[in-house]
Design a binder for this molecule. Structure first.
Ligand SMILES: Cc1ncc(COP(=O)(O)O)c(C=O)c1O
Length: 449
């Protein structure tokens, strides 16, 4: 089967024709090592040539089943038809004016769409930026100016980016923060309801974690000093942790009761990834502000803060922005991505991915003791790998499993505070046959450990 994305007739197939990495990738890697800073790491050492639908083709002619989507970005597939069509038309019309100099319609249209798509029927406004971290930084600016308070509360295992403020907001030291301090002040971290690793077991996890978090905020920070509580409804880089049911509503209610801006960071979980437009819909959470990026624009750099109009308007005119934020080509791409998500009902496709993948992963967990937990929802699924017989994280086996998958034509990513989570983020448009074949590759790799 072929797919008209990623260039003409990109075959939707797994094909391994060289060792991985192949000779051309190795040559390019030598050039990368000579000219690109070592800090820019590589998950799978092959160089991309084309990508589309559910595959990524490398410069040696290998075709990988894509279970990564460029870290949850290309939900609509690479070079999706509507993204290319709209972005191309915009490229031909104009590439940049700077919205703060001369505004343009696609920026406004994206903000109108965000008001419709995000949870809640209150009046909403948005501001657009280039990256997820920039959106999070701006959500903090907005919450601080609205509340006239300074403290920001984040959670264990949270990830919010790599800029100075967002490093402070991020939990994991290596590789994100190590050696890069000092970090921004007035950031406080509290427990999150991580069912698999909650010491007294998953049953009381939501209640106990919420009580601890609220106690720490109240006693150590003072609720009336807190500008914002910031949380990912499904924690991404922390290990695809779904907070135990009941935890998020409890924290959201605490925020509401104390005049704190509740911010949902949906940069990884948003735009149909978890089977709904946004993951916080799962527990009927209506955040005051929501940060989005990644899946919003089919691979073009765009990010947003969307929220209650009165909060969004708290920043004075000229207080928000940036030269490129909401670039017209990225906005046109976002309109193409949103059109694709709507027309193909990609939220339903994400639920279908879960239907196919999760039972199979659960079956593998029954067969292989190294799989300690299977979790996630929609097309945001993961397995947590541990030393058999307990819950000790096993990052080595996780890395070995990822490498074996890569060598057999399956692009997978690892994640997690302990580096022991393999995550699955296929494009939502992937063929079902490729999904199944990808799982076969995973199963073979597990058998060969
Ligand atoms: C939840 C979350 N927030 C923020 C970010 C930072 O986004 P960016 O890498 O676009 O700056 C990420 C990126 O992985 C993320 O997953």
């Amino acid at each position: 089967m072929t797919e008209m994305t990623g260039g003409p007739a990109l075959p939707q197939e797994r094909r391994v024709v060289t060792s991985v990495p192949g000779p051309k990738s190795q040559e390019l890697m030598a050039r990368k090592q000579a000219s690109v800073a070592d800090g820019i790491g590589t998950v799978m050492p092959v160089f991309a040539k084309r990508a589309g639908g559910g595959v990524l083709e490398d410069v040696d002619g290998n075709s990988f089943i894509d279970f990564g989507s460029g870290i949850a970005v290309t939900g609509v597939g690479n070079s999706a038809e509507a993204v290319v069509r709209r972005a191309t038309a915009q490229l031909e019309a104009f590439t940049h004016t700077c919205v703060m100099v001369t505004p343009y319609e696609p920026y406004v249209e994206v903000c109108e769409e965000l008001a419709k798509l995000t949870p809640g029927d209150h009046a909403k406004k948005s501001a657009l930026f280039n990256s997820g971290a920039e959106a999070v930084e701006n959500a903090v600016k907005i919450a601080r100016t609205y509340t006239r308070r300074q403290a920001i509360v984040v959670f264990d295992h949270g990830y919010h980016g790599r800029t100075n403020l967002t490093m402070a907001l991020t939990s994991k030291n290596m590789p994100y923060k190590h050696g890069f301090g000092p970090f921004a002040p007035e950031v406080y971290r509290v427990p999150v309801a991580y069912p698999y690793r909650w010491l007294t077991g998953p049953e009381n996890c939501a209640e106990e974690a919420a009580a601890q978090a609220i106690d720490q905020i109240s006693k150590q920070v003072g609720a009336d000093n807190v500008a914002a509580i910031l949380i990912e409804p499904v924690l991404g880089e922390g290990g695809f942790i779904e907070p135990a049911k009941g935890f998020l509503p409890r924290i959201a209610q605490f925020a509401k009761d104390n005049g704190i801006v509740f911010v949902a960071d949906e940069i990884q979980s948003g735009f149909c990834r978890t089977g709904q437009w946004f993951a916080c819909e799962d527990e009927n959470i209506v955040p005051d502000l929501i940060t989005t990026a990644k899946g919003i624009a089919g691979g073009m750099p765009l990010a947003a803060v969307t929220g209650r109009a009165e909060i969004m308007d708290a920043a004075h005119s000229g207080g928000l922005g940036g030269t490129y934020g909401g670039n017209p080509v990225a906005c046109a791409a976002a309109l193409g991505a949103i059109e694709t998500m709507r027309e193909m009902d990609l939220a339903a496709r994400a639920r279908r991915v879960e239907e196919i993948m999760k039972p199979r992963l659960q079956k593998l967990a029954g067969q292989y003791d190294v799989i300690g937990d299977v979790r996630g929802r929609g097309a945001m699924l993961a397995i947590e790998l541990v030393k058999p017989g307990g819950k000790e994280p096993d990052p080595q086996v996780t890395a070995a499993l990822a490498k074996a998958c890569h060598q057999d034509g399956l692009l997978v990513l690892t994640t997690g505070t302990y580096g022991n989570v393999m995550r699955f983020l296929p494009p939502l448009v992937i063929d079902e046959a490729l999904l199944t074949e990808g799982l076969d590759v995973l199963e073979n790799a597990l058998a060969g450990l």
